[in-house]
Design a protein around this ligand. Structure first.
Ligand SMILES: Nc1ncnc2c1ncn2[C@@H]1O[C@H](COP(=O)(O)OP(=O)(O)OP(=O)(O)O)[C@@H](O)[C@H]1O
Length: 253
């Protein structure tokens, strides 16, 4: 049985600058399902990141409701939102925000200790997770500047999921990586999702989008397409690619 993890009702976001209002999200009603790898696509400026920030509690909606795991985010103060995000959300961005003066392992632990006070248990979990994403022991004491972009992003993913968030939010997580590094990061995200982690990811990239089981397409702040692709499987890569290309062509992408 599917369980809704995030549901929005008439979600609106309007930005004002210089006396001009820009309606970026317009009455969006969406339901995101627990365990899904949901992709948000759409042309530049269609409101993808704005939607991601609203449903993850990073920014407040102008109007409308956001039910996230039974809490209406629209009713929370900024401080309450910060606590909610820390307890329930993980974030990965194109820009990798590791702390340069801390080792790889300490970067992960610093995030983990915000929730889990049992350091011994946390160290064990952090090391296991780092190994799972291909960051071996000889890299644990390195500093972020000593890692490749792809390695740093994989550490960033471990840091984002160390507290087992309800949803991992990602905004163009492979945008700054070369093709080989990007593939490894996508494999990590696919595996993390296979282990039950819900993911909501914004991208322009078809190869990235193929990893999702559901593609939501935004145009001018309105959802105009919703493709259910099924769970990613390497064997069906070409068939998935065909379906996605067809969907995107229909969307006028
Ligand atoms: N804080 C802000 N203040 C004012 N306008 C904003 C703000 N954030 C976003 N916008 C505007 O909202 C619109 C949608 O931005 P958003 O970043 O959500 O688009 P996007 O679909 O993610 O685009 P891209 O694919 O180019 O990253 C843009 O016109 C942008 O200029």
């Amino acid at each position: 049985m599917t369980k809704t993890i995030i549901r929005t009702e008439k979600l609106c976001k309007t930005f004002s600058s210089g006396g001009i209002q820009q309606h970026v999200l317009k009455n969006l009603d969406i339901s995101l399902v627990e365990g899904d790898f949901t992709i948000i696509m759409g042309s530049s400026g269609s409101g993808k990141s704005t939607l991601l920030y609203a449903i993850s509690g990073m920014d407040k909606p102008t109007l409308g409701e956001i039910d996230f795991a039974g809490k209406n985010l629209a009713n929370l103060s900024n401080d309450q939102l910060a606590v909610f995000r820390r307890n329930h959300c993980g974030f990965v961005f194109q820009q990798i925000y590791l702390l340069d003066n801390m080792s790889v392992l300490d970067n992960v632990l610093a995030s983990g200790l915000l929730i889990n006070k049992n350091k011994r248990e946390l160290v064990k979990k952090a090391k296991e997770r780092l190994l799972q994403v291909g960051i071996s022991e000889n890299s644990w004491s390195k500093f972020p500047t000593q890692l490749s972009g792809g390695e740093a992003q994989r550490v960033g993913i471990v840091r984002a999921i160390i507290n087992s968030p309800k949803v991992l939010f990602a905004d163009e997580p492979t945008g700054a990586l070369n093709s080989a590094s990007s593939d490894r990061v996508l494999d990590v995200l696919t595996n993390v999702n296979r282990n039950g982690q819900s993911i909501v990811l914004v991208t322009h990239d078809i190869k990235t989008a193929l990893r999702g089981n559901r593609i939501i397409y935004l145009r001018d702040g309105v959802i105009c397409g919703d493709l259910h692709l099924g769970v990613y499987s390497e064997n069906e890569k070409f068939e998935r690619h065909g379906k996605l290309k067809h969907f995107l062509a229909e969307m006028g992408w």
